[in-house]
Write a protein that binds this ligand. Structure first.
Ligand code: SF4
Length: 274
């Protein structure tokens, strides 16, 4: 890692041991249908809350192992190959590399991001599937009279990320993501296990209570492949038109949609927060 990236968080203390729920497959009824997402019952939501509370002090390994026991083969994961996603992939490789992992390949990703997919596959034997929108970039821009990321980035994210995730996750019951609570105010309330109303899935965030130091310590200790753009001042990497490098002292997500009010692509914002 380059010294350009500043770490401000203190190291975390080791967490106390705490029992967490055994899965008992079928313990939680299927929450997603092949069609429109349904509304979970209060009992189901309560169960998710209990699981989340019980896993609050668990390690990412314990959370991911629990998720696999509970939901595989209806468990999936979306990754943009950020440092958190790479850590989760390294853990999945040890626990169960059969979990279906996909990337939302908008057509605007950096070449370094796509190269990282190959390095992950080489190291862990997990070839992350590229899920693409119906229209190529050329077709999409032609249909809208130019780059939509300039005229209406929310629509661009809806068309090239959110719609694709809806399609890719159909038929699954749970998805994992690498978001952390300390990344932004929107993410501060992220539960370890919760209900994702937007996608009609259980959402598991194994790194929710990790901080940036935790993530990078693990990457450096274990030699986990990471996007080389991080060494060039890009702490958070999305599509190239909407990502810039940041200066030391800037927020780690300051380079995303810089100069606009937009801070999230919408994948991790619930319907209630929009
Ligand atoms: S991040 Fe930018 S280019 Fe990527 S989908 Fe969203 S608006 Fe489009």
């Amino acid at each position: 890692m380059s010294s350009k990236i500043c770490y401000s968080d203190a190291g975390r203390e080791s967490r106390p041991e705490k029992p967490f729920p055994e899965s008992g497959r079928g313990d939680l009824p299927s929450l997603n249908s092949e069609g429109s997402p349904r509304t979970p019952t209060p009992e189901e939501l309560e169960a998710l809350g209990r699981y989340s509370a019980s896993l609050e002090d668990a390690t990412p390994e314990e959370i991911i192992a629990w998720a696999v026991r509970m939901y595989f083969p209806k468990l999936t994961m979306a990754t943009a190959f950020g440092p958190e996603g790479c850590v989760i992939l390294s853990i999945l490789a040890k626990i169960d590399p059969r979990v279906y992992v996909f990337n939302l390949d908008t057509g605007y990703q950096f070449k370094e991001t796509l190269e990282l997919r190959d390095r992950i596959a080489e190291k862990y034997g997990i070839l992350v599937d590229l899920q693409r929108p119906e229209l190529s970039v050329a077709e999409y821009e032609a249909a809208h009279g130019g780059p939509v990321y300039q005229s209406n980035p929310d629509q661009c994210c809806r068309d090239r990320k959110i719609a694709v995730l809806h399609r890719a996750a159909r038929g699954y019951h749970a998805w994992m993501s690498g978001i952390r609570r300390d990344q932004s105010p929107y993410r501060a309330g992220t539960p370890i296990v919760g209900w994702d109303k937007k996608f009609g899935l259980v959402k598991i965030s194994p790194l929710a209570n990790w901080n940036r130091n935790d993530v990078w310590s693990r990457i450096l200790e274990e030699g986990i492949p990471y996007n080389e753009l991080h060494d060039r001042g890009y702490p958070s990497i999305g599509c190239w038109p909407c990502t810039r490098s940041v200066l030391c002292g800037e927020d780690e997500r300051a380079g995303r949609w810089s100069g606009t009010a937009k801070t999230e692509c919408g994948l991790h914002i619930s319907e209630d927060e929009k």
